[in-house]
Ligand binder design. Structure first.
Ligand code: SAH
Length: 222
């Protein structure tokens, strides 16, 4: 029997995403389009539309679909926007973001994940996404400034490098917490009168490890 992934995907969007209050039509369409089963490890495809994160290589996770949609909505991405994602992981969220904006630049600290995400995105036809292996707490200065920056791992504070690479009017969404494994989702909006910071609710992400994040043991890097 073959699995009808499109039917599972539509059900996921209706129940887990629209059903929980995500309203942005373009975000819902993107979530209906990206085949999450192609981003999870072989053998876990049948769980691709479960309401949860799933393990990927290097002890990392592909985020819960609802959380990907919630962050995408909070980023208020317009067609043509330049988007930076820190923590590419499987490449799933980058694929969703690439359907909302113009160009997506994604940074991943694990070399094997970065390589595989880049290959997977190319194979699936996401030609407007580039994946870099590196420390995303330093951003990706070459393509700055960005209209939207999203961090898919939790840090102790907002990395200054990411603030420096945010365009006027840009939005930065990042999980921030004093505990490396539990955070509040924070949105920073850059305006002419300065930055406005909002808290969007509690979340649980893997730690952001890098020069402006946690050190590899989960302590402050500085
Ligand atoms: N967006 C991903 C979720 C990945 S989980 C997806 O859709 O699959 C978070 C990822 O952040 C992990 O792969 C982890 O290795 C990565 N990460 C943690 N700290 C990082 C850093 N400083 N720079 C880049 N990636 C980082």
């Amino acid at each position: 029997m073959t699995t009808d992934f499109q039917a599972l995907r539509n059900q996921m969007v209706d129940r887990q995403i629209a059903g929980r209050g995500v309203r942005d039509r373009r975000v819902l369409e993107a979530m209906r389009a990206v085949p999450r089963e192609a981003f999870v490890p072989e053998g876990l495809a049948e769980f691709a539309y479960d309401d949860s994160p799933l393990p990927i290589a290097e002890e990392q996770t592909i985020s819960q679909p609802y959380v990907v949609a919630l962050m995408a909505e909070a980023l208020e991405i317009e067609p043509g926007d330049k988007v930076l994602e820190i923590g590419a992981g499987s490449g799933y969220a980058a694929a969703v973001l690439s359907r909302l904006g113009g160009e997506v630049y994604a940074v991943e600290r694990h070399e094997s994940l970065a390589r595989e995400a880049g290959e997977r995105l190319a194979r699936l036809g996401y030609t407007n996404v580039q994946v870099l292996h590196g420390d995303g707490t330093l951003g990706w200065a070459e393509h700055a400034p960005y209209d939207a920056i999203v961090v898919a791992a939790g840090g102790p504070e907002v990395p200054q490098a990411l603030l420096d690479q945010l365009a006027m009017g840009g939005r930065l969404v990042i999980p921030i917490g004093s505990d490396p494994r539990s955070q509040d989702l924070v949105r920073v909006r850059r305006g002419t009168d300065g930055d406005v910071r909002e808290e969007l609710g509690p979340v649980r992400f893997v730690p952001l490890i890098g020069a402006q994040g946690w050190d590899a043991e989960g302590g402050p890097a500085r």
